[in-house]
Design a protein around this ligand. Structure first.
Ligand code: SAM
Length: 285
């Protein structure tokens, strides 16, 4: 079953949290010259038009990237935010006010940072999303297929280092266990791999089992970064965005704090709840 389409959610608060950590991780990894292979197991469309029917139906981007743009002046001093705003400017060159039409998905964020010797492979299983992805220039090498099986098949990479982003829709609850198994397989083939795993924070709390599985199965350090922007109430509805970083770059924890803390007060009037960033180590070495 593939009914999820990221166009309804592109540019929301969870995307901002996820993409900032993606950019910060890549910038830190690129402090060393050796080449990196970036894998993106669940690519989506690559670029989102926020004027289209999907984005307009939910309006989620207004409480994410649009909010960020309204606070641009106080954020833009940090190099990760600078990169974030520069990419938005490049994609939206004629917008003089603080509104944007185009928001990049993870393949485009990575393509905007990849260096000449780096490699970039992205997987997408939804036929329509895959077709849209192949029409954009900045996406890396596109594979039509299952990203969890696909990434494992391509390891070890030819480059000395690798970074994998795993960002499923979790439409089926079996995906949590499938993600944990895939990360275990990646780490068995490449002990030094860095892996970013996004998960939704939902009242059912299914992510907790995945976290326990990863904690017990891996030997590598794992940092957990969670943005809580809503009260966790009722049986449905996402109240936060979670990211795990396996083998995180040095000092990324403090950097995520610096990036996210100035933004947190902006969420409060929108969600009627004080937003919090909670970070902890699931494993140190
Ligand atoms: N990573 C994207 C970003 O940050 O812009 C968003 C990805 S979206 C949350 C998840 C995507 O994974 C959807 O486009 C969906 O069609 C795709 N998908 C679902 N199952 C998949 C699988 N097994 N392998 C590859 N892609 C899959």
């Amino acid at each position: 079953m593939l009914s999820y389409q990221h166009g309804y959610h592109a540019g929301n608060a969870a995307d901002v949290h996820k993409h900032l950590i993606l950019i910060a991780t890549i910038q830190r990894m690129q402090q060393k010259a050796s080449a990196i292979h970036y894998f993106d197991t669940h690519a989506g469309k690559g670029l989102y038009d926020l004027r289209d029917a999907q984005a307009q139906k939910t309006g989620e981007y207004r409480h994410g990237v649009q909010l960020v743009l309204e606070h641009r002046e106080q954020l833009a001093k940090h190099p990760v935010w600078q990169h974030f705003f520069n990419e938005l400017q490049r994609l939206n060159p004629y917008s003089r006010d603080q509104t944007i039409s185009f928001y990049p998905g993870s393949p485009a964020w990575v393509a905007g940072l990849a260096r000449p010797g780096d490699r970039h492979t992205v997987f997408e299983l939804h036929p329509g999303e895959h077709e849209a992805l192949t029409t954009h220039e900045q996406t890396g090498f596109v594979v039509y297929g299952d990203g969890l099986q696909g990434v494992v098949r391509m390891l070890p990479p030819k480059t000395p280092r690798l970074l994998t982003l795993i960002d499923p829709a979790y439409e089926d609850k079996s995906e949590y266990a499938a993600v944990a198994d895939t990360v275990k397989n990646i780490m068995q083939r490449c002990r030094h791999a860095s892996v970013l795993i996004w998960y939704p924070m939902l009242p059912a709390g299914r992510h907790e089992t995945m976290l326990e599985q990863l904690q017990s199965q891996l030997q590598q350090p794992i940092l957990r970064s969670e943005l809580h922007y809503k009260e966790a109430e009722g049986e449905r509805g996402m109240y936060g965005s979670g990211m795990l970083i396996v083998n995180p770059p040095w000092q990324i924890e403090a950097e995520i704090e610096q990036l996210m803390q100035p933004l947190l007060p902006a969420f409060e009037p929108v969600y009627q709840h004080p937003a919090m960033l909670q970070q902890s180590w699931l494993r140190t070495e």
